[in-house]
Design a protein around this ligand. Structure first.
Ligand code: PLP
Length: 379
């Protein structure tokens, strides 16, 4: 399998296979991965601390830089503490063991991301799947299976990576309170940095942030969340913010703290600098939200089926697979890159076109995209 070569940092414009494109792919929603001060911080960190500490956090693996990332993440999320580790992919692997010891079964959204499915399997409890974003089906699955056991935990992506659809977490809560004690756990990889007034993700967006990761349960339902610094937040690595006790439990629940190399110095340096920008420049998030509205409204005006969500990743279909592939190629030929995703978690048999909007897209760039789509969408 050959993949295109990304020959520049991700941003509104990129160079891929030697060609410059107006870019609507990836997940760098706040546009920080090519930011000069983020890059400079990564270079300084590499020079000062070497490639990485070359041992685990439990040994001599904790550099001041890693503590700085955790302090800044706690400040960004408004929590007492945060656990920073080398990959968002393993975030659920870290949190699920911390919250499932008392649980008897997990109920998973059927389209949950690969890493969520794998982590749920590792939890060693029975796993049942419910229909994507469907609280009624969740309720019926719970009724069907719970006579056998109690204390369910519902697990889902906060934002579906391919489509940008938001999980109906308040509806899940309504269902779950009849089965309390229960848990609702969300992987918010695409919500962190995008959703909510302060960018804390889906639970902030729906007014429940104060209850997550060690906060008080609601009607007997505990809320938990994990995510990544590698997307909107402009850095790299997984993150679990929360109360001191919750984070201590997350550190102890798997062997990532005492059995894995700590995150590399350069990426920790970049992550710290990117978090500092996210904290100091809320206007970036506001610009991103304005761009998201612009594109979502424009797509809907074209008659395309797009939700009214405030997420920066927007998946839509314009016909059968071949037609969408042609549309992707036609846009590419005029210098606009809108990825066609033939397969991914949450993607139907024909695949979909998946746009990523970022804060750095100018109105002119967004208009160019919408005009090109209008011209080519009937291909
Ligand atoms: C829902 C979800 N969780 C986790 C990840 C993995 O995060 P990371 O790239 O930081 O390992 C992704 C990556 O695309 C994702 O979409």
């Amino acid at each position: 399998m050959t993949s295109p070569l990304m020959e520049s940092p991700p941003g509104p414009e990129v160079v891929i296979d030697g060609v410059k494109y107006l870019y609507f792919g990836g997940t760098s929603y706040l546009g920080l991965h090519g930011n000069p001060s983020v890059i400079a911080a990564g270079c300084d960190a590499l020079k000062k601390y070497g490639v990485h500490t070359a041992t685990t956090r439990a040994g001599f693996g904790t550099s001041p830089l890693l503590l700085k990332v955790e302090e800044l993440a706690a400040r960004f999320f408004g929590t007492e503490d945060a656990f920073y580790f080398s990959s968002g992919y393993v975030a659920n692997h870290i949190v699920l063991p911390a919250i499932t010891s008392e649980a008897s079964a997990l109920f998973l959204d059927e389209t949950a991301h690969f890493c969520v499915v794998e982590a749920a399997r590792l939890a060693g409890k029975p796993v049942h799947r419910f229909r994507h974003r469907d609280p009624a089906d969740l309720a019926s699955q719970l009724r069907q299976h719970l006579p056998k056991y109690g204390s369910p935990i519902v697990v889902a992506d906060g934002v579906t990576p391919a489509t940008g659809a938001i999980a109906p977490v308040r509806d899940y809560l309504k269902v779950l309170k009849d089965f309390a004690p229960a848990g609702l756990h969300v992987d918010d990889a695409h919500g962190f940095g995008v959703l909510g007034e302060d960018g804390r993700g889906i639970f902030e967006e729906v007014g429940l942030w104060q209850h997550v990761n060690g906060g008080s349960p609601i009607d007997g339902v505990s809320l938990s969340v994990c995510g990544t610094l590698a997307k909107a937040l402009g850095g790299f690595g997984g993150i679990v913010p929360g109360t001191r006790d919750f984070v201590a439990k997350a550190r102890a629940s798997s062997h990532y703290f005492d059995g894995a190399s700590a995150p590399a110095s350069s990426v920790a340096g970049c992550s710290a600098a990117a978090l500092e920008i996210c904290i100091a420049q809320p206007e970036l998030r506001r610009q991103l939200r304005a761009n998201i509205r612009w594109v979502r409204d424009g797509l809907r005006e074209m008659g395309l089926e797009v939700t009214a969500d405030s997420t920066a990743n927007i998946g839509f279909t314009t016909g059968k697979a071949e037609q969408m592939r042609r549309l992707h190629e036609a846009l590419k030929a005029i210098g606009i890159l809108v990825p066609y995703m033939p397969a991914y978690s949450g993607v139907g048999p024909d695949g979909l076109l998946r746009l990523a909007v970022c804060a750095g897209h100018t109105n002119e760039m967004l208009d160019r995209l919408l005009a090109a789509l209008k011209t080519h969408v009937t291909l």
